[in-house]
Write a protein of this length. Structure first.
Length: 311
């Protein structure tokens, strides 16, 4: 159905530079994410008289129009209405660039939604899961992910730009979901920012970083902070043998308790058992065998006699 154009209302809700609304059409297109009827508002635009067309490549004003084709793009919802625009997009004959589409400030060249809708989706993707943002606007998960990535690149720069000038980095893993699934994260310690994330915590997850860095940037690394995870250590030795490897204190203490204290405790238990002979094996082993956690505690925290080992 077709409804009369409310110029005052559209002047407040919509501003499409270089175009004006020629017609408003409504459509019924099913249900929204909550199961309620989802009406659609279709605004047919037309070029404003006297508005100069510009080349999308060089920005120069172009008078000659080669041809015109209509594009159907999404815009921000107006109230409960899912809003679409029918835009006559001209292909102009630029003297410098040749045939190219006209510049439309509020519409990217290859996108099927307005810039302001994409910016709204990008802002919501910063605080909500991508799946929920996609469901709210009725777009694909991949579309939201692409918009979110473009916004991050515009704000922070391309990922490869952060790999220049690395001197000291830290490598760790974190769980991304249940079932022992992990991701590897790399932090630039000097600039306090994340420079790399990859699925998994094996050598392949870290290999991508060193491949992107290349031999020259790998050779510039001075120090790498990392836990004692063997796949990480192997990849570091293969690509950055000159870098000082700094193990974090937590894993040093944990490894010392597991590989040193436990090894000594087991050896001493066996030695005492052998020296005591068959009859006194149980009594000789009891003192050390039950002292694993006692040996790992600080002496200052042993406050009662019962917590101390007595011969």
């Amino acid at each position: 159905m077709t409804e009369p154009v409310s110029r005052d209302l559209l002047g407040v809700l919509g501003d499409w530079e270089g175009f004006e609304v020629a017609q408003i059409t409504t459509e019924a297109v099913g249900e929204d994410v909550f199961g309620a009827p989802a009406p659609r508002l279709v605004l047919v635009l037309r070029p404003k008289a006297g508005h100069a067309k510009r080349c999308s490549q060089c920005g120069a004003v172009v008078e000659k129009v080669h041809d015109v084709s209509e594009r159907r793009v999404r815009d921000l919802p107006l109230g409960e209405w899912d809003t679409w625009l029918v835009v006559p997009r001209a292909r102009v004959q630029c003297p410098a660039c040749g045939p190219t589409v006209e510049a439309v400030p509020w519409l990217d060249r290859y996108q099927r939604m307005t810039t302001r809708l994409a910016e709204t989706i990008a802002r919501l993707a910063q605080v909500l899961p991508i799946k929920q943002v996609a469901a709210w606007f009725g777009v694909g998960w991949d579309t939201v992910k692409q918009i979110d990535r473009r916004a991050l690149v515009a704000q922070l720069g391309a990922p490869e730009d952060h790999l220049d000038g690395l001197r000291r980095i830290a490598i760790d893993e974190f769980a991304i979901r249940r079932g022992q699934q992990y991701a590897t994260v790399v932090l630039d310690l000097d600039r306090k920012r994340v420079v790399w994330i990859a699925r998994g915590r094996d050598q392949a997850a870290l290999h991508g970083l060193f491949a992107a860095l290349g031999p020259a940037r790998c050779g510039a690394l001075e120090a790498i902070a990392v836990d004692m995870w063997k796949p990480y250590a192997a990849e570091i030795r293969a690509h950055c043998p000159q870098a000082a490897v700094v193990y974090d204190r937590f894993h040093i203490v944990a490894t010392y308790g597991r590989d040193v204290v436990d090894r000594v405790r087991v050896d001493e238990t066996n030695r005492l058992a052998k020296a005591a002979g068959p009859g006194a094996v149980r009594d000789a082993r009891r003192v050390i065998k039950g002292a694993r956690w006692l040996l790992l505690r600080n002496k200052e925290t042993l406050s009662t006699p019962a917590e101390r080992v007595r011969r």
